[in-house]
Ligand binder design. Structure first.
Ligand code: TNX
Length: 514
């Protein structure tokens, strides 16, 4: 009876955690030097030290303890230190990091004496913690006590991101995801050092954000989804909670109101937005390009102004995405004028406008960012925008759309831009894909998950894994480290972690899963 009660704490050969190799981290760190001669073992008496006088560093320590406690069952007490040479535990130190790691990188050292993560800013400590998780045994990700032992292999990483913007997009309009489901996705992004989550909040099939003064948007507009599934929306309080949660994971929410096309849900909710003043029926199909706000209607501008004003007020990050894609039912001159005005409205409310690459033909506002989603490798107006100093986010559909099928036989996923296996998602250089768009213009990489074919969190897991980490590596790792053979081996080591986390991933035959 006693032994049974101690069951989870008593290692059997099969249950014992296996030591992870030092060099299995995804995204690949800029420099990794394994030291197989040493290791550090986390025990019941291991403390976590955070940097004294810095609340955000303290929060990273608490976050780390929250990850390590359930599986180890250890107290992992969090205390502060101001000793730059702190040893004898896991120390998060805002001192002594090399200048090369910048504000978001870190240096991680594992010696026999302990683990030290050094950074210049708390964001770097947070990134270092993600690397630390990945060199611990996969069982560390379990949420119930596991056997251990918790051996961390010795070595050093010195690491910093290639691009500032490393993102995923989730289409919560075609299919709605709850606050908890989005938080789970944010946690997954953080593990792979992604730092932005773009939420596609509105489309033909649904409007997902509460806007005071327009109750029908969340009445009629939120009631539907693609395929006739039920809808849903975020109240302003829920949205603010999501933003705060994301911030606690060093993830910035980038909200999108897609305009002037992709707007049937708004048109169905608010009749004055239609040129004939008649609200269309809600839409649950998957066609694109048929809807448009009426841009000659005097009600449209005040509506757009108010939506942007309220959304900007709920958002702490710098960006607000105005969509602008596939406005096939909008007269072109009106489109250009409208998206110019929408950018000005975003600027008026203190945010930086982002738009799909179609807005490149409009008068771009200073600082406006373009998201390239098309598949051709040249686009003259995007190149001109880059030359004029605008940042470009790379999401070419044939590489970065993780809603495309993995293989031709998959049930879930679209095929309009091809079939995207892991290698296809991984093996391209975002900084050398678009003609006349130099690497210096690239703000980063975004993995987009559209949800026309998705009906559950499991579907999201299945499409995102393992391609999301492939795109995370493109955003973070220096191009000089890019190597498919290395990536597929390191990716394989993630599989047992996803098993522990309950992520239902696609077991791609390209990857040598253990
Ligand atoms: C194109 S990408 C769209 C979306 C679809 C997606 C499906 C873009 C800016 N527009 O409306 O959901 O393809 O892959």
């Amino acid at each position: 009876v006693l032994l049974a009660a101690l069951g989870p704490l008593t290692p059997s050969a099969a249950e014992a955690a296996t030591t992870q190799a030092f060099s299995t981290v995804v995204p690949r760190p800029a420099t990794v030097t394994a030291n197989p001669a040493v290791s550090y073992t986390v025990t019941a008496s291991t403390p976590i030290y955070t940097w004294a006088g810095n609340a955000a560093a303290g929060a990273v320590g608490t976050y780390l303890a929250g990850i390590l406690r359930p599986s180890t069952g250890f107290p992992l007490t969090v205390t502060t230190t101001s000793d730059a040479n702190q040893s004898g535990g896991i120390a998060l130190v805002l001192s002594g990091a090399p200048a090369s790691v910048g504000a978001n990188g870190y240096q991680l050292d594992v010696t026999a004496g302990g683990v030290v993560i050094r950074a210049q800013q708390p964001a770097g400590l947070f990134a270092g913690v993600q690397s630390l998780r990945q060199i611990m045994p996969p069982q560390i990700e379990a949420r119930a006590v596991q056997a251990g032992p918790w051996v961390i292999p010795g070595g050093q990483m010195i690491d910093q991101p290639r691009y500032a913007y490393r993102a995923a997009m989730l289409d919560v309009a075609r299919h709605f995801f709850t606050v908890d489901q989005v938080k789970r996705y944010i946690d997954q992004l953080a593990l792979y050092k992604m730092n932005h989550l773009h939420l596609h909040l509105t489309d033909d099939q649904g409007w997902r954000i509460e806007i005071a003064g327009y109750p029908n948007l969340t009445g009629t507009g939120a009631g539907t989804s693609a395929g006739g599934w039920s809808g849903g929306y975020y109240t302003q309080a829920q949205f603010r909670d999501l933003v705060a949660y994301a911030n606690s994971r060093y993830v910035t929410i980038v909200p999108e109101i897609d305009m002037p096309g992709h707007t049937n849900a708004a048109l169905a909710s608010h009749a004055p937005l239609n040129c004939d003043g008649v609200a269309p029926a809600p839409y649950t199909g998957t066609a694109v390009g048929f809807s448009s706000l009426c841009l000659t209607d005097p009600d449209t501008r005040p509506f757009v102004d108010e939506v942007i004003r309220q959304l900007a007020g709920m958002t702490t990050g710098p960006y607000l995405h105005i969509g602008g894609d596939e406005a096939h039912s909008t007269p072109h001159e009106q489109f250009l004028e409208f998206v110019t005005g929408a950018q000005q409205t975003v600027v008026k409310y203190g945010k930086t406008p982002v738009g799909w690459n179609e807005i490149s033909a409009s008068t771009l506002q200073p600082g406006a960012v373009l998201q390239y989603w098309n598949t051709p490798t040249s686009n003259a107006s995007v190149a001109a925008a880059a030359a004029a100093g605008h940042g470009i986010i790379m999401s070419p559909a044939n590489r970065a759309y993780i809603d495309l099928k993995h293989t031709a036989t998959n049930v879930i996923g679209l095929t309009w831009a091809g079939i995207t296996n892991v290698q296809r998602a991984y093996d391209w250089n975002p900084g050398a894909t678009l003609e006349n768009v130099p690497d210096s213009a690239i703000r980063g990489v975004e993995a987009a998950l559209w949800t026309e074919s998705v009906t559950s969190q499991q579907d999201v897991d299945y499409l995102a894994f393992p391609r999301l980490p492939a795109l995370a590596e493109l955003g973070w790792s220096p191009w000089s480290t890019h190597d498919w053979a290395s990536f597929r081996t390191r990716l394989a080591a993630q599989g047992p972690r996803w098993d522990q986390m309950g992520i239902r991933y696609h077991h791609s035959t390209e990857i040598p899963w253990p």
